[in-house]
Design a protein around this ligand. Structure first.
Ligand code: GLC
Length: 405
């Protein structure tokens, strides 16, 4: 299979233009709208061979930004195709997703320099990260809260079973019902973070905060390049503060864990989020070594024949899954998780291990095509067909990503 050729074809096939805005839908049959972190992945991939489309993707993503700076996680460009949850407002959701936008914008510029593009998106980027830092951290502890598991991008991850009071063997359908109830609750508290967190779902997520740290650094780079000293100061200061708070509140016994509630109760289910902080360089080299050899490459926990399990094999949630078609984030391999891990490994100099992850992605695409996620033990595809994240493999050929290290 010509993986690169197929990946490019899929991105073109899933390209849409509405009201003059060009964007890519993650999958025709399952996800016919624009999603936040998906569009950032699309922009990062397109940056390699079609910078014009990469820039268009980010412009359309930012076009529905709220007045307070929030960027919604879904834009329903053509409403009515599919009945997903209605997350609050007309035309978009009222939740957000891992804030990859500044990183994607810098990647697009890095590969194809365009100062005018950066200038045009900079005010929206600054407003979005200010929103996260100011509105999502009501206690001023420098850890950003999510008000719904969907904001983590890992909708039904067992990481969130405790705050949702879900059992390890909960079915996909029952989990969806719990999240639908939470959306009603989010609507009742008007998506106000302080209120929603206190009353319904109060989680400081490792992946979300890791992504934020690395994106604030990217924003700092953009601001510095554009000579916006205030923005650079804001971004660099908060990247440091959040990284520090993650160390203080989320790190214990060699790993970062998400936490819930006022007193940062650790969420103990072991998921691939343990590896996410590699992406932002938040582990020391010694900690990274212990984590990579003790967990990432350990067949009894995360290392499977077809990739890195999103949930450790030792977890009840993993064993309870049975890998039915909609099992989603409770164990299967996801290409985006692989992409973050791949960049994290390269950052610490684990070239051989990174090449192995990339080879596993290629093997999965050859065996099962562009599916949403994959059974880690057999490589069988699960969920949506024609799902764009497989195209991330194009970005994993490149070992030149050195900035930040
Ligand atoms: C699923 C994934 C989420 C993604 C969305 C669109 O809901 O869990 O991360 O953004 O699909 O692809």
């Amino acid at each position: 299979m010509d993986v690169a050729g197929e990946a490019k074809k899929l991105l073109e096939k899933n390209r849409r233009v509405t009201d003059g805005y060009q964007y890519t839908i993650p999958s025709e049959e399952h996800y016919p709208y624009q999603w936040l972190w998906d569009s950032c992945f699309h922009a990062i991939i397109l940056a390699q061979f079609d910078p014009v489309s990469a820039r268009a993707e980010l412009r359309s993503l930012l076009s529905k930004q709220f007045k307070d700076g929030m960027v919604p996680h879904i834009i329903y460009w053509t409403p009515g195709i599919l009945h997903l949850f209605r997350w609050g407002v007309e035309g978009t959701s009222s939740l957000t997703q891992p804030p990859m936008i500044a990183y994607a914008a810098w990647e697009v510029h890095r590969r194809s320099p365009d100062k005018a593009f950066l200038e045009s998106v900079y005010p929206a980027l600054l407003a979005y990260y200010r929103f996260l830092v100011e509105k999502r951290d009501p206690r001023g502890h420098h850890l950003i809260g999510i008000i719904n598991p969907d904001e983590s991008g890992e909708d039904n991850s067992p990481r969130f079973d405790a705050p949702l009071s879900a059992a390890p063997d909960i079915s996909y359908k029952d989990h969806l019902a719990l999240r639908a109830r939470l959306v009603d609750e989010n609507t009742a508290c008007n998506f106000d973070a302080a209120l929603c967190m206190r009353k319904f779902f109060w989680v400081k997520d490792v992946l979300f905060n890791t992504v934020l740290v690395e994106n604030l650094r990217a924003l700092g780079r953009i601001a510095s390049f554009l000579k916006h000293a205030d923005g650079e100061h804001f971004a660099d200061t908060h990247a440091g503060l959040i990284a520090g708070a993650m160390r203080e509140f989320l790190f214990a016994d060699g790993v970062y864990r998400s936490a819930m509630g006022a007193d940062y109760t650790p969420l103990s289910v072991a998921t691939w989020a343990h590896f996410a902080p590699l992406f932002a360089g938040l582990y020391s080299p010694e900690e990274a070594e212990a984590l990579v050899h003790g967990q990432l490459l350990n067949p009894e926990t995360f290392y499977a024949p077809f990739g890195i399990r999103t949930v450790s094999k030792q977890e009840k949630a993993y064993r309870a899954g049975g890998f039915g078609d909609n099992f989603s984030w409770r164990g299967p391999v996801w290409m985006a998780a692989h992409w973050f891990i791949h960049r994290g490994l390269l950052r610490y100099g684990y070239k051989k291990e990174a090449a192995d992850i990339r080879a596993k992605n290629t093997a999965l695409l050859e065996r099962s095509g562009f599916r949403e996620c994959f059974n880690p033990e057999t490589g069988e595809g699960q969920g949506a067909h024609g799902f764009t994240w497989g195209a991330l493999v194009l970005d994993m050929a490149d070992e030149s990503v050195r900035y930040g290290t």
